[in-house]
Structures are given as C-alpha cells and as structure tokens.
Design a binder for this molecule. Structure first.
Ligand code: ASP
Length: 437
C-alpha cells in the first residue's frame, strides 16, 4: 500500500516549506512518489517561478535580453539550496536552460523548467532519485495526453524505484519535445502518477485545509467539506469552487483512487476526501453551494413551438455555430430559452439574434443579461424529500426572485438563476438554510 503525494507551489516556495514537506513525508513511509510544482509565491505580490519563466521566454522569443528575470530564477533556487544546506550544483542545469532558451526559445520548454529544477532540488534534499516526466508522460502531436502509453512508461520505471521525486506540469511529445498541461497542471501529473503506480491514495498538498462548502469571500467561515464524490466536485468546480485542476480527476476516478486535499501548513487537518459516492457516508442533503455571475438568457417564443419538430436543434445550431457554450435550456410549451455566458455572446450578439430570427421564424426573441447561476450540490439529495422546497423557501424569505430553475437529472444538483445584484445575498440565504450554525 503506497501513496502518491503532490506538493503545490506555495508548499515549495522556500526552504522553510521544503522542510515542512520533508516532515510530512517522514511522518508516513507509504508516501513514496512525490510530485512537485515549481516554487510559488512566498508572499502576496511575489512572483511565481513559472511566471518568471514565461517572461524569459517572451523576451527570448523577441530576441531580447532575459538576463534580469533569469537571474531572479537562479537566485530563488540557489537560496533554497543554500538554506537547506544542500551540496547540489545547479549551475550546469541553469546554464543549459539559459542557452537553450537563447538558441531555441520554446514556451512549454521554458515553463517546464521550474518543475524540473525543483524536482532536482527536492530529490537531493530527500536523497532519493528524480524520475523525469519527459519521455514518460506522453502526448500525441496535437497535445492530447496519451494515458495508456504514459501509465506503462511511468510504471516501467517506478516499479523498480521504491521512492522518487517526479516533476509536475509537463511531459513530452514522442519526439522528445517538452509539452505542458495548462496552468496548475502539476495536479494532473500527481493523478497520473497515482494511477500509473496504482497508489492507494493520491494526496494533494496545498495551502488550504480542503474544500469549503461555500465561497469564503461571500459567507463568513464556511464549513469545510470532509468528504465529496468526484461528481459533486465536478459540479461545484464548474460553478467556480476551485482547489484542483479539473483534469486531475479523470485518471484517478476511473481507477477508484481517492484524492485527499491536505494543507502543508496544517498537516494535522484531515482535509477533504474526494472519492466515489458509494464510499462516502451520508450526512446532509447538501455538500456545497457555488455560483457564478455573467450569464445571459436568450428567450425564443413561437406559437405552437411544441408541434414543430427539431425546433430546439435549430436554435442550438445557431448558438453552436458561433462557438458559444449552452449552459442550460429551460423550456415551456411555446418558449425555449438558452442560458449562455454573456462574454461569449457579446462579440456576436446582433448577428446571432438576426440569424435566430431568420432560421427559426420565432414570433419574438428577447435577451436578458445579468443572470447569476447558483448550484446547490449534494449526493444526499436523492434520499431526502423537500430539498427543492427548502431552496425556494430560503430564497423567497430573503425576498429574492428566482429567474430560472434546473434540476440535473442525476438529482445531485439544483441550479437556480437570480439577478446578479441578488447573487451574494442568495448564496448567503442558501448557506444559512443548509448549514445552520
Ligand atoms: N507551476 C505551474 C503553474 O504555476 C504548474 C503547477 O503549479 O501546477 O501553473
């Protein structure tokens, strides 16, 4: 039984944080595979190594001098090594990166070097091998992650390496060129390593003690979430709750490996356990509440719409043609509305309305903006009667008008649309209802 553990940038921002990581590893011998991010911010306003590397690349690509930001990078790593008392010479690696950037500036290569160097430092500090992700986490020529080939390549190496440090965030194409995931992608590497090595648990160490049941900028001291299913997490993350890269769920979910979000600065906190719903105990109907502003509703009206075959398809085709995401589609007998992100609608608003009118022969089309969506999410809802009633009572007692209602067919979430101006108050009213003090 072993675990894969991933440490984020704030957990590795300086030598003090490295020591906390070593203590966490020493406390549990089953923490065998260690995935590292690049050093993050040490304080508000500090710059992440990855951002400095992107700056170096941008300058290098323009043929400009990047020695300023590069010197900052060098200094960060050298300071960490010095303060840890490490006898590690990073000079060769740093020189090679600098000359490679000068000769062949490549954005992903540049960005990946933060994790690469940090893995060298961590491996030296822990005195265990560093196993590179290049050549093992593989992508096809379009940048799609190749799961089976990657799991095989990682496993082949790691099965003979009982403990190792693996750099997060990147892998390579078949021809060896470096390719990164999107920002925050070390979470994905952690999930891939957990899956490839068939870990019993994937611990993701960050700077918060797990997920909260509501946005702490809106609700004071929201209750922590101890257990959540992968599906609930997807729903909440989609609506704005963020703690994990969204692609980090897929590799472990299919293998049933739970993810435990933990706090490097409070290692005794249990954090949040993310796993299949079946393995979780049921304690309350609602697990969390999340929401976002910035939606618009396009309402299409036509007499006898209900008798027109393919009407919704025609409406959606126009929306899709402009590459706009359809979030929800509440409908009546002769009306149909489509909820879309306002920012996606705005650039083509007029063309879309004209085209909708022409293709659907609607009697009227209205657009209303300033819609906020709130998702009340809970695997416990299926078993409990009256959750919807509680949602609407709480909102009506707070004198908030509900513009839209949608219940996912999995009976795991209720989504309500409210005026943007009512958003915060609606979130608070719902929180009070489901998480009474
Ligand atoms: N260092 C990368 C970033 O800042 C990847 C990561 O930390 O997960 O996005």
């Amino acid at each position: 039984m072993h675990k894969t553990v991933k440490f984020g940038g704030s957990s590795l921002a300086d030598a003090k944080q490295f020591r906390k990581v070593a203590a966490i590893l020493a406390a549990d011998e089953s923490r065998r595979y260690v995935v590292v991010s690049a050093p993050g911010k040490r304080w508000d306003g500090d710059v992440k190594i990855t951002d400095l590397l992107y700056t170096c690349y941008a300058d290098a690509a323009k043929g400009e001098d990047f020695s300023g930001p590069f010197a900052q990078i060098r200094e960060r790593y050298e300071e960490i090594c010095r303060e840890l008392g490490l006898n590690l010479d990073l000079d060769g690696a740093l020189r090679e990166i600098e000359s490679e950037l000068r000769a062949r500036p490549d954005r992903d290569y540049a960005a990946s070097r933060g994790e690469y160097l940090n893995a060298l430092v961590m491996a030296a500090f822990l005195d265990i091998p560093m196993v590179d992700a290049a050549g093992r986490i593989l992508f096809d020529e379009n940048g799609n992650f190749l799961p089976e080939a990657s799991y095989r390549a990682l496993y082949a190496k790691l099965k003979e390496t009982p403990r190792a440090v693996i750099p997060g965030f990147y892998g390579s194409f078949r021809d060896g060129r470096i390719h990164t995931f999107s920002r925050g992608g070390s979470d994905v590497t952690g999930a891939i390593v957990a899956r490839a090595t068939n870990s019993a648990l994937y611990e993701n160490w960050t700077d918060v003690s797990g997920l909260l049941s509501c946005d702490p900028h809106i609700v004071e001291n929201p209750a922590p979430i101890r257990g959540i299913s992968y599906t609930e997490l997807r729903e909440l993350s989609y609506m704005g709750a963020s703690v994990l890269h969204e692609s980090a769920i897929f590799p472990v979910k299919s293998a049933g490996i739970p993810i435990n979000i933990r706090n490097t600065n409070a290692p005794d906190d249990p954090g949040t356990m993310i796993q299949t719903g079946a393995g979780l105990k049921y304690d309350r109907p609602v697990t969390g509440i999340a929401g976002r502003k910035g939606f618009s509703t396009i309402l299409v009206e036509m007499d006898q719409m209900n008798e027109t075959v393919g009407y919704a398809r025609d409406v959606l085709q126009v929306i899709a043609k402009y590459g706009i995401l359809m979030e929800h589609m509440p409908s009546g007998i002769d009306t149909l509305s489509v909820v879309v992100p306002t920012a996606q609608l705005d650039p083509h608003r007029n063309e879309i309305l004209v085209e909708l009118k022409n293709t659907t022969h609607a009697d009227a089309i209205y657009v209303s903006d300033r819609l906020a969506l709130i998702a009340v999410v809970g695997r416990g809802m299926v078993r409990q009667k009256g959750t919807a009633a509680r949602v609407f009572r709480a909102l009506s007692e707070a004198k908030i008008n509900v513009n839209m209602i949608d219940q996912g067919s999995g009976e795991m979430n209720i989504i309500v649309g409210v005026e943007s101006a009512d958003f915060e108050e609606a979130m608070r009213a719902l929180y009070r209802e489901f998480f009474p003090a």
